[in-house]
Design a protein around this ligand. Sequence first.
Ligand code: 4NP
Length: 162
Amino acid sequence: MPYDRTNGRAILFLCLGNICRSPLAEGAARAAFARAGIDATLDSAGTGDWHVGCPPDPRAQAEAQRRGADISGLRARQLTSDDFGRFDLILAADQTNLRDARRVAPAAGTARLCLMLDLVAGRAGESVADPYYGDDDGFTATWDDVSAVAAALVADAVASSG
Ligand code: 4NP
């Protein structure tokens, strides 16, 4: 897939499996950028390879649907070292994802790497909790967290384009 870097807004959302948190983050960001009428290149990946090629977890799809976003067409993929040259910003869901991503990052990688919630006022350093082993409520909390991240990204894009 070609990546348009001209707008400086190529953003990759990262979690462990790429079937729960990062596809929800991609879905929330796609919806938020579309609502704002701002172009952005958005994608998601996992540090692990167990679910490569799989659609998002059915519970994540259901939560997205409930919030007005369709993530059923997304397919999991694993983070690669190339991603550090293709994206401006790589946003990890938790500290483990951040540590694992640093191991994959090439010396010449240009992407900025931080936690998703570092972008949300008052929540720097916090993780987006992994809902995979929990009940459906966890997915509601995940959507709330990643929506706050998406809103912060759009606010930043509006500020820098205005
Ligand atoms: P995610 O959730 O990292 O938010 O996609 C998980 C998905 C799968 C597994 C763990 C977390 N797993 O162990 O298979």
